[in-house]
Design a binder for this molecule. Sequence first.
Ligand code: ZN
Length: 252
Amino acid sequence: MQMKRILALFCLCALLGLCLFTSGERGEVTLVPDAQESPALPLAGRKIGIDPGHQAHGNSEKEPVAPGSHEMKAKVATGTRGASTGTPEHVRDLEIALKLKDLLEELGAQVLMSRESADVDISNVERALMMNEWGADAVLRIHCDGATDKSVHGLGMYVRKTGDGASECELLARCLISEMSKKTGAAQRGVFKRDTYTGLNWSTVPSVLVECGYMSNPEEDERLADPQYQNSLALGMAQGLIKYFEALEGGE
Ligand SMILES: [Zn+2]
């Protein structure tokens, strides 16, 4: 009898020890997600703003093209439309932007979207202020282009010509167009400096208007509608952002 009791006590102690050991192990396991958030991911700690161009309905009310300017422009233009697909630009812009959002988050970035649906009314000034207030490290304004000449195609970047941060904007645009062209095979039309875009002029953080291709070109319009091509555009933008942050740190 005594022996059985001792044996039972021993088993109980062994079981208790095992439980403590296992919970200790579990406690350590919970630390792993924290470790994954740190430097291993290439965009960890970066705040990236994504502004998918336009919305279901344009807004022709006017707002100043730049802080303090008397020149007024429509709050939100309507955007272009696919020559082959007939799809409105705001739909394509959002498709590409949502793929980019998922990818950047996988790479460790925090992402703020100016819109995640078509049924909104957010002016270009409001979109810029949203990103300024959030303190974005970089903002990509996702658009597709249109031209009367249907043969025109390729990637184009627009950045502010003057003002604070103009050189960072240009650096970001050059990183983006180079990496996007590598991932998609699309032609590079160039980096264009303009002080005519409300969304860029009101930005106090590095901001680039990314023209992903021409919806007025039937072949490029078809490519832009392809989810695989959209993924390639997103990959190029992500790689461009990584190169941009590397270049910034290298220059410090
Ligand atoms: Zn547009």
